[in-house]
Design a protein around this ligand. Structure first.
Ligand SMILES: [Zn+2]
Length: 253
């Protein structure tokens, strides 16, 4: 067994609660590309800014057209060894929760219950009414209406504007999700950052909450991050394999 994985397992065993903060690198092994990378979907679609989306039916039509292309890949994706390892750790009482920048729902599919996952950038599968009437429905159903010819699908309850819960350019993060994420990170020891380059704010600042509260930080990412110097352990290896090894060390399976 890899000595660094053993060191990480010891941090988890001796700490007061493991929390994982994940980004795009967590899901690349599930075939979900980092959409900010070169060749990503934003090179074929003009980004729709949130104020435009709220104000104009044509912008909403552009956005739903983009979603028609973007959405199917998520339905086909399956959790990878890393997601499943976190599911096993949660089931064993060794993972307090996950804060994720990902919108793919794969942590839940991998076995971490929704109540223990904070999605700071929303989720592609959920659509909600922007009027705050409380209406929610599966994105797949709204897309079906769009595909059948409803170019500006509206809330069936109040007629308001419907939008997937994924955060758009120019849209603020949900303050409730952000507050839950900050609390979870502040309670973490250790906090493991997985597959995030920690450059997109404000989510990228969440690991600082763990450090400020005295929690240890471990970073598992392909590329350097601004917090590497503050990490107790640093891994440059695929997320799935490393988390699987960690679960193996902790669960002695
Ligand atoms: Zn509504």
């Amino acid at each position: 067994m890899d000595q660094k994985i053993m060191d990480l397992a010891r941090l988890v065993e001796q700490g007061r609660g493991l929390v994982v903060f994940s980004g795009a690198g967590m899901s690349t092994e599930s075939g979900i590309p980092d959409y900010r990378s070169p060749g990503g979907i934003w090179e074929r679609h003009r980004p729709v800014m949130y104020p435009e989306f709220k104000a104009h039916a044509w912008a909403r039509e552009d956005y739903w057209r983009f979603y028609q292309e973007w959405f199917p890949g998520f339905g086909q994706a399956a959790p990878n060894a890393g997601h499943r390892a976190l599911g096993r750790l949660h089931a064993a009482g060794l993972l307090r929760g996950v804060v994720t920048q990902n919108v793919d729902g794969l942590h839940q599919a991998g076995g971490v219950p929704s109540s223990a996952v904070v999605e700071v950038h929303g989720n592609v599968f959920d659509t909600a009414c922007l009027n705050g009437c409380g209406h929610q429905e599966p994105t797949a159903e709204v897309l079906e209406r769009f595909t059948r010819g409803d170019k500006d699908p509206a809330c069936p309850g109040c007629g308001g504007v419907l939008k997937p819960t994924t955060i758009s350019f120019g849209q603020n993060l949900d303050p409730t999700a952000l507050e839950r994420a900050a609390q979870l990170c502040a309670s973490a020891n250790p906090l493991i950052v997985v597959g995030s380059s920690l450059v997109v704010t404000p989510a990228a600042e969440l690991p600082l909450a763990a450090l400020a509260a005295g929690g240890a930080l471990a970073i598992l990412n392909r590329d350097p991050t601004p917090l590497d110097e503050r990490a107790a352990l640093l891994f440059r290896r695929p997320a799935g394999e490393a988390l699987d090894a960690l679960a193996g060390a902790l669960l002695k399976n």
